[in-house]
Design a protein around this ligand. Structure first.
Ligand code: ZN
Length: 113
């Protein structure tokens, strides 16, 4: 299971710096690289905005950036972590819109070119 309390400490600050706790594991590094993906794709989820299906696509795009930062040998592990992170947003979609992406759709979003 992912540690949501810890994950919340990874984000792009208003000044464009990445906020993160000390990197202690590969998952921490994956999360930090995902935040670099936010900078690289110029997508930062501004607070107060209602989460949309498009937002999950953008999150997946940030993950795709992170995948490109690491060796293929780590992709499976990163994929599992990324899917869990996307799933937490996905559950918010369900709460807000009454619908969510299927597990297969989430995986496809991660793999889109
Ligand atoms: Zn993100």
């Amino acid at each position: 299971m992912i540690n949501l309390r810890k994950l919340q400490k990874f984000f792009v600050k208003k000044d464009g710096q990445i906020n993160h706790p000390p990197i202690e594991s590969r998952e921490d590094l994956f999360a930090a690289l995902h935040e670099v993906g936010h900078l690289a794709t110029n997508y930062t989820n501004n607070e107060g905005k209602t989460l949309s299906f498009e937002d999950i696509k953008k999150e997946a795009e940030c993950w795709r950036y992170a995948f490109n930062c690491v060796k293929k040998a780590y992709h499976k592990e990163m994929e599992s972590f990324a899917l869990q992170c996307l799933q937490t947003y996905n559950m918010w979609l369900e709460c807000i819109w009454g619908e969510m992406y299927s597990p297969e759709e989430l995986l496809n979003l991660l793999k889109e070119a």
